[in-house]
Ligand binder design. Structure first.
Ligand code: SF4
Ligand code: SF4
Length: 81
């Protein structure tokens, strides 16, 4: 599993207080790898792409050192919101 990097920590410190990830719809291949690893069931399949429910996403706080969805996404299209 990928560990939290300094870049990730910096991103968290400099952005707003929203704790959530976002999926870039232009790059999501709809492989479905992200949804099963989410501990809060925040990821669901939409019509054209998978989506993160910002109300449920905790950035895996208390579950993993880094966002699990971001770690498994083969397209690299999940980032901090
Ligand atoms: S960061 Fe964690 S809680 Fe948020 S959507 Fe990804 S896997 Fe789910
Ligand atoms: S793992 Fe990445 S490419 Fe696959 S469905 Fe999730 S966001 Fe899309």
């Amino acid at each position: 599993m990928r560990r939290k990097t300094k870049k990730h920590e910096q991103q968290r410190k400099t952005r707003s207080c929203i704790m959530a990830m976002k999926i870039n719809p232009d790059e999501c291949t709809m492989c479905g790898d992200c949804a099963p690893v989410c501990p809060t069931k925040a990821i669901s399949e939409g019509k054209m792409t998978f989506k993160v429910n910002a109300d449920l996403c905790t950035e895996c706080d208390g579950h993993a050192d880094s966002p699990k969805c971001m770690d498994v996404c083969p397209a690299g299209c999940i980032a901090y919101a």
